[in-house]
Design a binder for this molecule. Structure first.
Ligand SMILES: Nc1ncnc2c1ncn2[C@@H]1O[C@H](COP(=O)(O)OP(=O)(O)OP(=O)(O)O)[C@@H](O)[C@H]1O
Length: 332
């Protein structure tokens, strides 16, 4: 089952092609749509909501054609826009009740759903104060609440972590995860930060300049770059066991490098795993050298690293990867 399907979807503005023949299928769950600023993420959301017509191609949301079924789609889908669009003079409660009424809920249900939803996003007594006095994090929560209040099957969250500090980001990402795990609502969340989608999303779609760069499960993203991390003991015959292992592997045509600058990392030998046989080969080489094998494990890469090969600085998404913090650590 797919919640979103696009086929050769294009959107051309007079001076720029915002989406260029983009084909993708998105299944239920939490999906990240990632790309640098201007990659076409917001344009995609507007087309999927039936608010902006595509120039070419087609798209379906929950099985409904965006070209003809915009109103039905918007009944079933919640939308959290990117920019600050909240009225400053009303309280969160008043605003979210209003949005619930706009979505067709009767007055009592609108009030009840609003109270539940605001509690769910973590707004309590503040909900009666005017929104104008809220922090960025609180405003983002109000925007999320109004997207959820009519109990949608799917929500589009456009850059929900924008403007938040690291703690606020983490809280928002946890909240997004719970929208799916507790309520079964599928989520399409955009971000220009690859790393932050890694732990939140089941699936990640990367677009660049309106083109689909990659669409795969988060697991595939991280596992496809699997590297083996091997640590060995020294021995009388080989006082530098790490070096002996690297030389022996080089003799078998296997390129290795060490774990980096961190204390102790120089004792870790990293190599690309080419399947089961690599494990066997390393084990045999270690045994032949008479070294002790301290550990041999797969090192998972972070998504950001996929786009940060040291020798490919011109990679289209290098600019995105460069904005990452915390990428490049291993998962030991
Ligand atoms: N209404 C419009 N008229 C002309 N060009 C537009 C319009 N809307 C978007 N664009 C252009 O289309 C491209 C994609 O914009 P879009 O807003 O979808 O990107 P984005 O990935 O959401 O980035 P951001 O997060 O910065 O909004 C950009 O080059 C943008 O300038």
């Amino acid at each position: 089952m797919t919640v979103i399907a696009t086929e050769s979807l294009s959107k051309r503005f007079p001076r720029v092609t915002a989406l260029d023949r983009l084909t993708m299928d998105i299944e239920p769950g939490v999906t990240g749509l990632v790309g640098a600023n201007g990659a076409g993420k917001s344009t995609m959301i507007k087309i999927l909501l039936g608010l902006s017509p595509a120039s070419e191609g087609r798209a379906e949301v929950l099985g409904l054609d965006v070209a003809t079924k915009g109103a039905e789609i918007r009944e079933r889908v919640g939308y959290m826009p990117e920019h600050d669009c909240l009225p400053p003079d009303v309280s969160a409660t008043e605003f979210v009740v209003h949005m619930a009424r706009m979505s067709g809920l009767p007055p009592t249900a609108a009030r009840e759903r609003t109270a539940d939803t605001l509690r769910h996003v973590g707004l309590y007594e503040e909900r009666y104060r005017p929104i104008g006095g809220y922090s960025t994090g609180m405003k983002q929560r109000v925007k999320l609440a109004q997207a959820l209040v009519h109990d949608p099957q799917l929500v589009f969250l456009d850059e929900p972590t924008n403007g938040l500090d690291p703690v606020g980001r983490d809280d928002m990402l946890d909240l997004i995860r719970r929208v799916h795990s507790e309520f079964g609502i599928s989520v399409l969340v955009t971000s220009h930060l690859l790393g932050e989608l890694e732990r939140t999303c089941d699936h990640v779609v990367v677009i660049d300049g309106g083109k689909l760069l990659r669409s795969s499960s988060t697991k595939d993203f991280t596992q496809s770059t699997a590297t083996l991390a091997v640590e060995v003991t020294d021995s009388d015959a080989h006082p530098d066991g790490t070096r002996a292992l690297r030389e022996a592997l080089a003799g078998r045509g296997i390129e290795t490098h060490t774990g980096g600058e961190l204390p102790g990392a120089g004792h870790i030998v990293l190599l690309t795993a080419q399947g089961e046989q690599t494990y066997d080969l390393v084990r045999d080489v270690v045994a032949d050298l008479g070294l002790g094998l301290v550990r041999m494990e797969q090192r998972r890469h972070h998504i950001a690293e996929v786009f940060r090969p040291a020798d490919e600085q011109q990679e289209p998404l290098a600019s995105v990867a460069a904005q990452q913090t915390g990428g490049g650590h291993d998962d030991h």
